[in-house]
Each structure stands twice: as structure tokens, then as C-alpha cells.
Write a protein that binds this ligand. Structure first.
Ligand SMILES: C[S@@+](CC[C@H](N)C(=O)[O-])C[C@H]1O[C@@H](n2cnc3c(N)ncnc32)[C@H](O)[C@@H]1O
Length: 304
């Protein structure tokens, strides 16, 4: 039985973020990245930028703000260098997301995930049937909005009330108010176990688990400790003919090969295909690819 489970091929595919009009990775280097979100330029820490910047210091000084790190545990703060509104809207195709600088380096979107949003829409489109999608650790909701705009009934789960309110504002800004999205403040793992008990099933699951996190009641999320339990629980809430699963991870020691095998194992009973690899952004300055995250995604093979 085990022999059958061994994956003989691990097709790795580097995913270059789909082009954005309103986002650009301008340059990177010295552990930093310079990005443009709409009209505003921001400098943020980026551990993978182990090279020298291609642009001159004077070009980097045109940034509107930069995130200054204090230490890994305590984060840091934003230093405003030029005019910057409290928040501003940025579009990705028809989707709109509010950007804002706050207590963390994250400002409301992970632009390197744009290929996932397109891919999620494709999976829903090609199914040509009503379907339910679950987005766990959903943050400000871009993946939920992509799924809903393609016609799915979406359940979005995040532990942070503030982030869920933000996601709802993105729904309004994107003109998707009428789309069926359940916005839930909950612990991802507890929620999935509860759905399994209620026999509530999903055709597509999106997971973006952080390395560490806390549920709304202080539940501790630890990637390495809990990912096997979470994937197992997710397996039990799939419909008999699921459409897709996509998992992304940042700042973990695991490789995309590890994610690949975990997702392959989870989807063993279903006909489909797993791909995995890194999510990358391409600099405008020197064309270098900046690796940001690892992913694995499974999509159904339909009978022809
Ligand atoms: C920003 S996303 C993930 C992004 C990316 N994977 C990373 O690690 O930077 C992480 C989201 O997970 C949420 N989160 C953390 N722990 C959680 C938990 N136990 N249950 C549900 N959501 C959680 C956070 O509120 C946050 O919005």
C-alpha cells in the first residue's frame, strides 16, 4: 500500500506573479525591497534579497515610507519619508484592496500570490457547476474575492477581527457586495474540525498558514506541529469530487517538495495533479527573480 503512495515525479514550477498595473517590485538588495503600490513607493525588509541593489541610493530615497525592523520578535515601525495617505486603494484586475501601513511590515496584500488568484478563478470556471470554497488564514481576502467573483460560495476564516473587517471593505470596494461570502473570525483548525462534525463539505480549499499564529481565543497555531492535523481534517471536508487545493507557506524551513508530498498525500483518493515550487516576483531594475514563498496546488482531472 505504501509503495503506491510514493510520488515518482515532483514537477516543480516557479510561478512568476501575474503582471499588475498597480504593483511593481522596483528593485531589491541589501536585505530590502523597493515596491510600488499604486502611486506610492515602500521599502520593506526582504531576507531573500542577498544581492546589491541595482538602483542608486537617490532612487531608493524617492520612497514614501520604509519599514524599520527592531528585531524578529517585536517587528518594527513605519517611517514616513514623503506624503503617504492613511490608506489607499490598489487594483488587481477587477479586484480592489485597501493598503495601509500599521504595526507590521504587511500592508494588506501579498502581490506574489496573483498567479494563485487567476488559477483559483480558472479552477472554478472550468468546473461549470456550483461550488463551495474555503479560505483558511484568509487575511484581507484577495483569494476569497477571486473565488467569489468566479461564482463560488466562499467561507473565509481568519483569527483577526480587524483583518476580517478589512476584507469586507475590500469586498465592497471591489463591487462584490452581492457575492456569497461568509466572513468568519475563528481558529482555522477548530473551524475545520467543527465543519467535519457538521458534515459541511467544500470543493476547493485555500490555505495560507503562517509559521506561528494565534486563534481568536488564544489558540496556538504552529506550522510544524499542526499542519498534518489540519491537512487531515481538510481531507475529511472535501466533496467526493473536489476541484482544487492550494497551500502557500512563508518563512518556514520546509521546501516546496515537502508541501508537494503533503498535498499529494491529502488528495491521494482523488484524480488530479499536484504542482509545487516557489512564488517569485521579478524586479523592474535588473530583472532578477525574488523568491517570496513556497506553494503546492492540486487540481482535479476531469473525465473527458
Ligand atoms: C497574513 S496570512 C499568512 C501570510 C503568510 N503565510 C505569512 O506567514 O506571512 C496569516 C493570517 O493568518 C491569521 N491567523 C493566524 N493564526 C490563525 C489561526 N489560528 N486561525 C485562523 N487564522 C489565523 C492571521 O490573522 C493572518 O491574517
Amino acid at each position: 500500500m505504501m509503495a503506491k503512495r510514493i510520488t515518482r515525479n515532483i514537477p516543480q514550477m516557479t510561478l512568476l506573479a501575474s503582471p499588475w498595473e498597480e504593483y511593481e517590485l522596483l528593485d531589491s538588495g541589501n536585505g530590502l525591497k523597493l515596491e510600488r503600490f499604486g502611486r506610492y513607493r515602500l521599502i520593506r525588509p526582504e531576507a531573500e534579497a542577498i544581492w546589491s541593489p541595482a538602483w542608486s541610493e537617490s532612487k531608493w530615497k524617492t520612497a514614501n515610507a520604509r519599514f524599520v525592523t527592531s528585531d524578529e520578535l517585536h517587528g518594527g515601525h513605519w517611517e514616513i519619508m514623503d506624503e503617504l495617505p492613511k490608506r489607499w486603494l490598489v487594483s488587481y484586475k477587477g479586484l480592489k484592496v485597501w493598503m495601509q501601513t500599521g504595526g507590521s511590515r504587511q500592508i494588506g496584500v501579498f502581490p506574489e500570490q496573483s498567479d494563485h488568484w487567476d488559477w483559483i478563478e480558472e479552477q472554478i470556471d472550468r468546473a461549470k457547476r456550483p461550488n463551495k470554497v474555503l479560505n483558511l488564514f484568509g487575511y484581507t481576502g484577495l483569494a476569497s474575492l477571486a473565488a467569489a467573483s468566479a461564482g463560488a460560495h466562499v467561507t473565509h476564516v481568519d483569527a483577526s477581527r480587524k483583518v476580517v473587517e478589512w476584507a469586507k471593505e475590500n469586498q465592497m470596494a471591489s463591487g462584490l457586495a452581492e457575492k456569497p461570502i461568509r466572513w468568519l473570525v475563528d481558529d482555522a483548525l477548530k473551524f475545520v474540525h467543527r465543519e467535519a462534525r457538521r458534515k459541511s463539505f467544500y470543493d476547493g480549499i485555500i490555505l495560507d498558514p503562517p509559521k506561528f499564529g494565534r486563534g481568536p481565543k488564544g489558540e496556538v497555531w504552529e506550522f510544524y506541529k499542526l499542519i498534518p492535523e489540519l491537512l487531515d481534517a481538510c481531507k475529511s471536508i472535501l466533496t467526493p469530487q473536489p476541484l482544487f487545493v492550494v497551500m502557500t507557506a512563508y518563512a518556514v524551513k520546509a521546501s516546496s517538495v515537502t508541501l508537494h508530498q503533503a498535498v499529494a498525500e491529502m488528495m491521494f483518493a482523488h484524480r488530479g495533479r499536484v504542482t509545487s515550487g516557489e512564488l517569485v516576483l521579478r524586479e523592474k531594475s535588473a530583472g532578477r527573480f525574488l523568491s517570496t514563498a513556497i506553494y503546492a496546488r492540486w487540481s482535479a482531472k476531469f473525465k473527458s
